[in-house]
Write a protein that binds this ligand. Structure first.
Ligand code: GLU
Length: 278
């Protein structure tokens, strides 16, 4: 069986030890399986990406001693492809416009008495109201309508399942609510671009942090809507700092460049992550 996995960082900060763990975990799995390890740069967010972070990704991974197969895919070079995928969702009536501001959405979460705290409740607007907002030039995002998806898939909705960490799991896209599939500023979102690329690149195993465990439930739905294959999912634990918080962009001392500057070697970093010696 073929085995294709990937590491897909976003260039919104320098890579830190958590990224090293994720990249090595996917890389080592691919090498052990005699498969392929791809590098994909998820740089759709023009407002947050920085050229220096982008350039540092390959440099830092190469310093770790990682090698990847084939050319690096940069999502920003394929925006027209994602726009075409979004157009299909629009044509099929599976998405609706959401004009809410972040502030309005946050207020909605706080006020939702019985809803899950982290699920944004949103719904299509009446046509007349939507027209007025459009005429006013108000910006909007596109949200995937779970109701419309359920209707489109029919009985297949209840059969949605996937392999996660070795077990068969029933997909429950409701866990995430009507997610944004295209942002106000650009014609896609992380979810749409990432799932599209996994299919295009023939990824058979998605190996990533457990912070994206829930996202897989939505990704399986997107695959079913487009007839794309569903990879197997594996989630690894997140690397925490001394206070038990997950590493983030704020932890400058944990970046691979900072560690390198203090004389740490890739072998030291592997050991600190409790990864087997290569
Ligand atoms: N670009 C995402 C991130 O940096 C990773 C997405 C994924 O592995 O599916 O968090």
């Amino acid at each position: 069986m073929s085995f294709v996995t990937r590491f897909a960082p976003s260039p919104t900060g320098y890579l830190h030890r958590g990224h090293a763990f994720s990249a090595w975990t996917a890389h080592d799995a691919a090498r052990a399986a005699g498969g392929r390890f791809l590098l994909r740069i998820e740089d759709i967010d023009a407002g947050r990406r920085r050229p220096e972070f982008d350039a540092a990704i390959e440099e830092d991974l190469a310093w770790l001693g990682l090698t990847w197969d084939g050319p690096v895919r940069r999502q920003s070079a394929h925006m027209a492809d994602y726009a075409a995928v979004l157009d299909q969702l629009i044509a099929r009536g599976l998405v609706y416009r959401c004009f809410k501001t972040r502030k309005e959405l946050m207020a909605g979460i706080e006020n939702a008495p019985h809803g899950r705290g982290d699920v944004v409740r949103s719904a299509p607007l009446p046509a007349a109201e939507e027209r007025t907002l459009m005429e006013d030039g108000r910006p909007y995002a596109w949200r995937l309508s779970l109701d419309a998806c359920r209707a489109a898939l029919g009985p297949a909705w209840t059969d949605l399942d996937f392999q996660a960490d070795g077990a068969r799991v029933r997909a429950e896209p409701e866990r995430l609510g009507d997610v944004v599939v295209a942002r106000k500023e650009f014609p896609t979102s992380y979810h749409l671009a990432s799932v599209h690329d996994d299919a295009l690149q023939g990824v058979t195993h998605v190996i990533r942090g457990e912070d994206l465990r829930e996202a897989a439930h939505l990704h399986v739905l997107l695959q079913a809507l487009f007839g794309w294959p569903t990879p197997a999912y594996r989630h690894h634990p997140l690397i925490l700092d001394a206070e038990g918080r997950r590493l983030a962009k704020r932890d400058a001392a944990e970046t691979l460049r900072a560690l390198r500057a203090t004389g740490r070697t890739p072998a030291d970093i592997r050991a600190s992550l409790r990864l087997p010696v290569l």
